[in-house]
Write a protein that binds this ligand. Structure first.
Ligand SMILES: Cc1ncc(COP(=O)(O)O)c(C=O)c1O
Length: 404
């Protein structure tokens, strides 16, 4: 696979010749095909889905439905298990609501998460824990930035009803052994939610094989548009839960007295959905499938190995990752000793047009452990190059030497 050649498919790269886009953990760039398919919806077949029997509505309904199938194949789930949401945050909130309204928890039950979670996988659980008097506990991270599995085993007990964990950390970049975690949690009859927001863009994920109960991810981090995300959940659970939103499209029958829900997954997709988003997501997944997720993973490792090797000689660079491409996504979380991370990030931008992110990255609990002012994150994707890494490393050296 010639990754360098793929760069020409990305208009932001064509229109910003010197840009080094290392902010993929926040959102990825979009290839032409994604933008064109969104345009196709607005220019050629604007219509609502599942409502009209005219040609345009049929056309957009078919693509909307096909996108469910596409996601199901991509993730190896049933089509009925794929719910379109707004983003990962919305997906996790919906799961919280399902569990809340189905009286799944009782007082003093336990939810286990980890200290490396994004706020999206902390705040909803804080809310429900307070409301229902649940115990919310967080698995620790060890000194090598890996999840402490001994701590997990200590915390996992008969009262554990939910384990909700990220596949890949959006800050320290650690790839967690989720298969092992899911198996152990199921032995205690706990449900498991996997936050795959950072994993789906980078690796092949098999929902059936993982055997988790819920899996969430978000289109905009994997070449797709903003405003559309995914909740994959076991059909047996979805059959039992009440919907989060009520209204049009999610019903089969409505009388003034009562309503019957539509079949899965429509039961959970009330109102006019993000149809253009579904068009874009279809093309994004198509594009990723054409490259092959295994090829993307292999390329990630090469980029990360090179980045780790090149940065290892910078004395004042503090790095907060496992530094091992076997268990780390292509994310460098760092700071230059003595600098405010915001200054480093803005100098990378000003000096060399390198886009990174600074701050606490919506993961304040873990990041502030390492620096209360936050850290800089360089997050790479397949369209990044070794030359870009060279430019990044050279600029870090210039900042270190000339901007003190
Ligand atoms: C690990 C992780 N979980 C959840 C999210 C939330 O994604 P979204 O903002 O698309 O809901 C992010 C976004 O950065 C993330 O990195």
């Amino acid at each position: 696979m010639n990754f360098e050649k793929l760069r020409k498919d990305f208009p932001v790269l064509r229109n910003n010749k010197n840009l080094v886009y290392f902010d993929n953990g926040a959102t990825s760039l979009k290839p032409d095909c994604v933008i064109e398919n969104i345009n196709k919806y607005y220019k050629e077949c604007t219509s609502n889905v599942h409502r009209g029997i005219h040609r345009l509505s049929m056309e957009s309904s078919v693509i909307y439905e096909n996108t469910h199938e596409k996601v199901a194949r991509f993730i190896n789930s049933k089509k009925t298990e794929v719910i379109f949401t707004l983003n990962s945050t919305d997906s996790i909130n919906q799961v919280m609501y399902f569990l809340y309204t189905s009286d799944y928890f009782k007082k003093n039950d336990k939810i286990i998460s980890s200290v490396m979670e994004h706020h999206a996988n902390i705040v909803p659980w804080q809310f429900i824990s307070k409301k229902l008097n649940l115990n919310l506990e967080f698995i620790e991270v060890d000194s090598n930035f890996k999840l402490d599995l001994n701590d997990f085993e200590k915390k996992l007990d008969e009262s554990t009803k939910l384990v909700t964990i990220t596949y890949i950390s959006n800050t320290i970049g650690t790839i967690n052994p989720v298969k092992e975690i899911i198996k152990k949690a199921h032995e205690k009859n706990a449900l498991v939610l996997i936050d795959a927001s950072q994993a789906c863009p980078h690796m092949k994920i098999d929902f059936k094989e993982l055997d988790c109960d819920f899996l969430v991810f978000t289109a905009h981090k994997m070449l797709g548009p903003t405003g559309i995300g995914f909740l994959i959940a076991k059909e047996s659970l979805l059959e039992k839960f009440n919907p989060f939103r009520y209204g049009g499209d999610m019903i089969k029958n409505v009388t003034l007295e009562k309503s019957e829900w539509n079949k899965l997954p429509l039961k959970f997709e009330a109102g006019t959905p993000n149809i253009a988003g579904a068009f874009g997501a279809f093309s994004a997944i198509d594009y990723l499938e054409n490259i092959g997720m295994d090829n993307i993973s292999k390329n990630d490792s090469k980029l990360l190995d090179y980045l780790l090797e090149k940065t290892s000689s910078i004395k004042n660079l503090e790095v907060f990752n496992p530094k091992d491409s076997k268990i780390q996504a292509p994310i460098l979380l760092f700071n230059l000793k003595g600098f405010d991370p915001r200054v480093v990030s803005s100098l990378l931008d000003e000096v060399s047009d390198i886009a990174t992110r600074s701050g606490t990255h919506c993961a304040q609990p873990i990041v502030t452990r390492y620096n209360p002012k936050g850290l800089v994150r360089a997050s790479l994707y397949f369209y990044n190059t070794f030359e870009e890494i060279d430019k990044f490393v050279e600029t870090i050296k210039v900042i270190d030497k000339d901007f003190r």
